[in-house]
Design a protein around this ligand. Structure first.
Ligand SMILES: [Zn+2]
Length: 215
């Protein structure tokens, strides 16, 4: 099987998992893989991520221009391109709206003490954080995670939502606090265990504030 064929099937598989877990609704979310230094394989717009076929994907160049595929590329391609340009170590990106983490984002509540607000347009807002984080919580929007494989990018999405659920339960029980330095150390340790210690990013998660935007 060619590498491209394998990546198409992986996008179908992890798209279905995003949908089954309720991390996306309707046509939301997008996934992409860097095929080589010139081409990105990415999900199209206007399709449920739970019902894609491998032939639905689009290939774009690093400017976002479609070079293969019948469908139109996701409107959020700019975010993917920014991450690929900034992080040569990254091969795959997952974007979704997992409800608990997105709820924290919509409420303007960071999941870690590293949350820092920004104000300008999305790609510019993300830019300073991409080199340092592997998961970004975007206020009024959702979560983007990325890694050396699509499996690792997807697992980070699950991890973010899981931490958000724990934070929510802690809050409901009346002792809500942002993660402490010790918690963040545990996250870093877990990340080294699961994803290896060679990632460029030094911290696991950032929160970025962006203007009203839902997609
Ligand atoms: Zn979105």
């Amino acid at each position: 099987m060619s590498a491209e064929r394998k990546y198409r099937e992986e996008i179908v598989r992890y798209g279905r998992m995003l949908h089954e877990r309720g991390f996306v609704a309707a046509m939301d979310g997008n996934l992409s893989v860097r095929l080589d230094h010139q081409r990105i394989l990415v999900t199209p717009t206007c399709i449920s991520k739970g019902a894609m076929r491998s032939g639905d994907m689009v290939i774009v160049d690093l400017e976002g221009t479609r070079v293969a595929g019948r469908r139109n590329v996701t409107s959020e391609i700019g975010m993917h391109l920014l991450i690929y340009r900034t992080r040569p170590d990254i091969t795959a990106i997952v974007h979704a709206h997992p409800p608990t983490a997105t709820g924290f984002a919509a409420a303007g509540m960071p999941l870690t003490r590293y949350g820092t607000p920004g104000t300008s347009e999305l790609a510019k807002t993300l830019e300073p954080y991409v080199p340092h984080y592997d998961a970004i919580l975007m206020s009024n929007h959702g979560v983007v995670t990325y890694g050396d494989t699509i499996e690792h990018a997807y697992m980070k999405m699950e991890t973010v939502e899981h931490f958000a659920q724990i934070a929510l339960v802690t809050h409901l029980l009346g002792r809500q606090q942002p993660l402490t330095g010790v918690d963040v150390e545990k996250l870093l340790l877990a990340r080294t265990k699961y994803f290896g210690g060679k990632m460029a990013a030094s911290l696991p998660m950032a929160m970025v504030r962006e203007p009203e935007k839902v997609s």
